[in-house]
Design a protein around this ligand. Structure first.
Ligand code: LMR
Length: 323
């Protein structure tokens, strides 16, 4: 077989790298699932001092996996060293939610971490570094980063709602008995929390009769407006109840999807959900991180305009009402 012609290596930071999502995502990145099979990477892995031994174990395993795209590993508990020159940052580090908690209950603990990482990002990262916040509450942590790293363009900071988006596609595929790769253009509006609104109104599925609206294929309107919405909103809690810890492989996979589509572009005619800094589209207030349908081209995201006849009003809990 022919080997792909390789690009120049880029530096990718993963924080919380010794944790569950970190352990799942680093091999995905080092195998090219995030940035492409032609993109060598240098992995920067950060974790807290208490996790230093575990982090070193992950580093050893990366050596043992003999990954040809992996051109170097920096594994450290020092923020400045971790952020040094990075082109992409996937921020997973933070306290995870436990059963019975809402993600907003983590604000007090995680906001301090993001304040300190904002300084490291601004001082040490490469100038156009693109950032994905995974740690909860993701939208709030992204806002803290933006506020405390004012020199970083707001467009370069995003948060993960692709996990909810993928969950929505998965639920639709199961309901219709089709392959998930044949379903597209669901949207998750709002916050990565139980106040989010998963919306299948524009979703389509490829069938033997061509691409058809999901709302026509699912005869049961009540399923789409009730069960589907609640299942996606509560899926993180359901996985946590079953696993006794929060989603890891699906979160890692969604983070790869988010970065890949942002950097390499979304497929033609397909939109995805990303938490981005609001520009006021659809009536969403400016100055908050909110999940919109977006398309991406040449490393830039744009909010899908003109497809939805709706106006969002966001209350102080982050819940959206549509009119
Ligand atoms: C998820 O949605 O699975 C993650 O945000 C973890 C959590 O707290 O639910």
């Amino acid at each position: 077989r022919d080997e792909p012609k390789l690009k120049q290596p880029v530096k990718v930071l993963v924080t919380g790298a010794a944790g569950q999502i970190g352990y799942a995502i680093v091999p995905m990145i080092a195998r090219g699932l995030m940035l492409g099979l032609d993109q060598p990477v240098v992995l920067h892995m950060l974790d807290i001092p208490r996790m230093a031994d575990a982090l070193n174990g992950v580093r050893m395993e990366l050596v043992d996996a003999a990954l040809p795209l992996l051109r170097g590993v920096v594994s450290t508990t020092d923020e400045a060293e971790a952020f040094q020159g990075v082109n992409f940052a996937v921020l997973i580090g933070g306290w995870p939610r436990k059963e019975g908690m809402e993600r907003k209950d983590l604000i007090a603990k995680n906001v301090a971490i993001y304040k300190s990482q904002a300084a490291a990002l601004q001082q040490h990262a490469a100038p156009n570094c693109k950032v994905l916040v995974v740690a909860n509450p993701a939208n709030t942590n992204a806002l803290v980063l933006k506020e405390f790293a004012p020199a970083v363009p707001a467009r370069n900071i995003t948060c993960l709602t692709r996990l909810d988006h993928n969950r929505a596609l998965g639920q639709i595929a199961e309901k219709l008995g089709v392959h998930v790769g044949d379903v597209r253009n669901a949207v998750v509006w709002g916050n990565h929390s139980s106040t989010q609104f998963p919306d299948a109104s524009h979703a389509t599925a490829r069938t033997e009769h061509g691409e058809r609206p999901v709302r026509e294929l699912v005869a049961d309107d009540k399923w789409l407006s009730e069960e589907f919405v609640v299942t996606v909103q509560q899926r993180g809690a359901a996985v946590m109840k079953a696993r006794k810890q929060s989603s890891s492989l699906s979160a890692a996979s969604a983070a790869c999807d988010h970065m890949r589509d942002w950097i390499l572009g979304t497929p033609k005619g397909t939109w995805v959900s990303m938490g981005v800094y609001s520009d006021g589209s659809y009536g969403v207030p400016d100055g908050i991180f909110y999940s919109f349908p977006v398309t991406c081209e040449k490393g830039e995201w744009s909010i899908v305009q003109g497809e939805f006849l709706l106006f969002c009003q966001v209350d102080s809990n982050g819940s959206t009402t549509f009119s």
